[in-house]
Design a protein around this ligand. Structure first.
Ligand SMILES: Cc1ncc(COP(=O)(O)O)c(C=O)c1O
Length: 232
């Protein structure tokens, strides 16, 4: 028997998954008429204490939609130099959002509030405006390292003070929450948007959700359409 340890993404559907798919009520999600998707979005938004959620085919799409929401041309994203959004999403920050990136170093793939404070661009004609900080938890290329809430809170406070949006690539956030025992709703309170993946070790065959405010998710639905992620 071959055991493939490259990633938790190479798992195959189990009989239970296939049975769930076979019996699930379905509909056209572009029209908001898939009852299973609607129930899933509502359940996960509630779990994180956030207003709304959007189901997408992949974590790359949920991250890229979030970046699109929180940036525009001539603005800048701050993230760790090993972030998935930078290294492994095909240059999407530039391709999809025409935004600049400032990459920070940091042990185990993590960055701190003081590093971020030093990296926010001044209001100056020479510099792109910093509009977004993006964190990753667990941090894939940091060896699966985790942030605790106590590390996030000063970053949240800084972003709030500076009027900068805060996104979390939480592809494996549930792994971190199992380790720390922290409450998902306490995490939801720290971020403008959170991306979580269902397809990575959670027993689901596909998909990711973007969580955020009603207004952000309404806009995200439009971006998902243009990215080709509306499923019917
Ligand atoms: C940290 C992280 N973010 C985002 C993604 C993207 O997810 P997807 O492969 O569903 O696009 C991955 C994929 O493994 C990941 O490890």
């Amino acid at each position: 028997m071959l055991i493939d340890l490259r990633s938790d993404t190479v798992t195959r559907p189990t009989a239970g998954m296939k049975e769930a798919m076979f019996t699930a009520p379905v509909g056209d999600d572009v029209f908001g008429e898939d009852p299973t998707v609607n129930a899933l979005e509502e359940k996960i938004a509630k779990l994180f204490g956030m207003e709304a959620a959007l189901f997408c085919p992949s974590g790359t799409m949920t991250n890229q939609i979030a970046i699109r929401l929180h940036t525009r041309i001539q603005t800048e994203v701050i993230c760790h130099q090993y972030s998935h959004i930078y290294l492994y999403e095909g240059g999407g920050i530039m391709a999809n959002s025409h935004a600049s990136v400032k990459l920070l170093p940091g042990d185990l793939g993590k960055i701190t509030a003081s590093q971020i404070a030093d990296s926010i661009n001044p209001d100056d004609v020479h510099a792109p405006e910093t509009t977004l900080v993006s964190l990753e938890n667990t941090m894939n290329k940091g060896g699966g390292s985790i942030y605790t809430l106590d590390e996030i809170k000063p970053i949240h406070a800084l972003c709030k003070e500076k009027g900068i949006k805060l996104h979390l690539d939480g592809a494996r956030l549930f792994n971190a929450l199992v380790e720390t025992g922290e409450n998902p709703a306490d995490w939801g309170a720290q971020f403008d948007t959170i991306s979580i993946c269902l397809s990575k070790g959670l027993g689901c065959p596909i998909g990711s959700l973007l969580l955020g405010s009603k207004a952000d998710i309404k806009q995200a639905r439009k971006v998902r359409k243009v990215f080709g992620g509306g499923m019917r």
